[in-house]
Design a protein around this ligand. Sequence first.
Ligand code: FDA
Length: 399
Amino acid sequence: MTNHSTNNSPYDCLIIGAGAAGLLCASLLGKKGVKVLLIEHTKKIGAKILISGGGRCNFTNMDAGPSNYISSNPHYMKSAMKRYTPWDFIDLLSAHGLTYNEKKLGQLFCDQGSKAVVEALIKECEEAAVEIAVDCSIHSIEHQEGYTLVTKEGRSFQSNQLVIATGGLSIPKMGATGFAYDVARQFNIPVTKTEPALVPLTFTSDDLTFMKELTGVSIDSLVTVGTTSFRENILFTHRGISGPAILQISSFWSLGRPIHIDLHPSGSLKEALINARQTRPKQQLATFLSDFFPARFAKAFTEKYLENIPLTQISNKKLEGFLEIIHHWTLTPNGSEGYRTAEVTKGGVDPNALSSKTMAALTQPGLYFIGECVDVTGWLGGYNFQWAWASAAAAAESI
Ligand code: FDA
């Protein structure tokens, strides 16, 4: 890594953003003999890779396919993802002696951790003679015959090819900016509405008081918004609800819409409850429920929605009503935790204005957008990195 000294000789390609997409694109280009300068405005390279997957980097998903992405052009990612598959990134890691394991649902994690993934990518860049300028902020971009980038300190870099890999808006304190969207607008390329996604949902008043008391409790649930459902854990927090099922559904949720939660998706509790009412009539409702849920949740949920009374005292009508809440718990979030904690940004540079083969802007020669800044948002579980790698490889192939 170099803190770049003034060098006015033209590069074959300038890449802005040394995150997942920028690093891979730079190394693949360098290996083709392309002279690349990779520019990063923070002092850290691959910061989001470092914190990903709780430090273990869920670097891909073996089952990644177009149906795992939300985009204003649902076909856009197909070509790039066919050409750069999870196996291609596994090969890259293997070449650095790194190994992986599947946690669940096709999610692959690096055994040696996120830092090893970043080190492998930096090594790839070094071997490919990529120059990396960290702590380098771009003040303006001019386009005449090629692109001229002027830094805040007044240095300038020229190239005919410019790749924007600056990611989305999530976690601004780590260096996230809307730079890619500003560049797109500068060149009249449309940007779709951006929103925090894969983000915990928040609640007001009554619901929040209940959730706060259960902070740390997690329950296997089926969470639905409209016609989209995810079955994974939900996790109560002091701000509302998080956990994989909630993060997933947040990408499909919008303000004002209710979410529906089946708290016992593996089957109806009706038979067990009727049976227990006959065989253990004196058993308290919360005690019965604690066979199926964490005891803290069983007690709080019973007290909120019915009463902690012996099973024999529960009428059929009350029992039906209570089961209805367990299987169709309906809540209306008042918002989300926003970009402060969102894993990704939904929306971005409009893929309809880009080539799905090369990631180049259709109306602006030599300008490319890759990774999260494009309106292609993956589910939770390694899909977002797979898009970053695939879009980076597609651009590198065509430059
Ligand atoms: P990325 O954000 O990686 O890189 C953009 C780079 O551009 C950054 O280095 C940034 O500093 C730089 N930049 C921004 N503005 C700039 C400017 N104006 N000038 C110069 N540089 C600029 N995904 C997944 O598949 N598996 C996982 O396990 C996780 N885990 C995870 C955890 C957490 C906490 C978060 C926040 C996110 C994840 N993700 C994830 C999502 C994943 O990190 C994300 O989708 C990719 O990093 C996107 O790669 P990009 O290269 O597009 O952007």
